[in-house]
Design a protein around this ligand. Sequence first.
Ligand code: PLP
Length: 387
Amino acid sequence: MAERSYLDWNATTPLRPEAGAALAGALALSGNPSSVHVEGRAARHAVELAREQVAALAGAQPGDVFFTSSGTEANMLALTPAIEVDGDKRPRTRLLISAVEHVSVRTGGRFPREAVEELPVGADGRLKLAALEAAVARFPRALVSLMLANNETGVIEPVADAAAIVHAADGLLHVDAVQAAGRIDCDMLALGADLLTLSAHKIGGLKGVGALIRRGEHIHLAEPLIRGGGQERGVRAGTENVAGIAAFGAAAVAARRTREAEAKRMLELRTRLEQGLREVLPPVVVFGAEAERLPNTTLFAAPGLKAETAVIAFDLEGIAVSSGAACSSGKVQPSHVLAAMGVATELRGAVRVSLGWETTDDDIARFQNAWRKLATTLSKGRRGIAA
Ligand code: PLP
């Protein structure tokens, strides 16, 4: 058995071997992809190959992929009033987002705060389509940003249905597919996405690399976040992270090749994990269980369970899990996702377990043993209080 069980794949994934190989190859490239000499052209070739590979993961054209420094930056790049479609330069005056978006979308990008409207989700974590319909009726030509799958619960949002509603009102749809990529299909056409965000480190690439993908040349990102040397066809200046981009491309190929088989395997492991959670007291709630979810994600809570304490207890047992969203400050904050789903405050201290391609039966067994121990302590504690 491995020494530790890493069950926090929604926070980040390890580097895939294929990505590691591409990274090593690209690190040997000394040229700047904008240079015309042999060295420059070799670096350019690595970037363009990766562009094709990343485009294929989203069913897009390579020329529609813009590399960025992260999923966060791709979201920021997308969320601007200045997106032109078919040469229409009128700015978009509203940004509509769901109440469960990642913080990088919740901040509203480059829209003024008062132009951002949050749409409710149901108790299952899915966007209320009727609310979207009403909002786009009030604000035609809105930019709408929805995640394909939620990072905390794994709940899959009704993006294709939302796209039909958005497009009927002349709106534009941005989809944050950071957590969905490599786990479920992310074909932009099938989703009806006009813009789509990916992040390399969630699919086995490096941290600090992402991409914004558009549905075609008719969509023009007229307001770059970073201006300068005209790289990425003027949309994102700065010399490209050649090695990180090459690794992203290789990770995208591997993610695409293994997706279906891995999804099946994940689902089996997760089903066992959730059975284990329910076998002992206290009673466990698995959030979003009524909705379709990513096959690798479980977010759960139990009466008396403190997320911070649980994460430390699991860590001491050799298991890495997290309490809801990974948080850069290290502070545990109440989950806006669970609040939006109407979960009672005392159950909002939830623990997220997320699996990946290296997760084994042994990892699930270790988790179940640790949970049994923790649950026993909790039940004793509860009896203690009652007495
Ligand atoms: N969107 C979602 C749904 C995420 O889960 C994350 C990261 O956790 C991001 C965006 C941001 O991606 P990155 O870490 O590459 O900035």
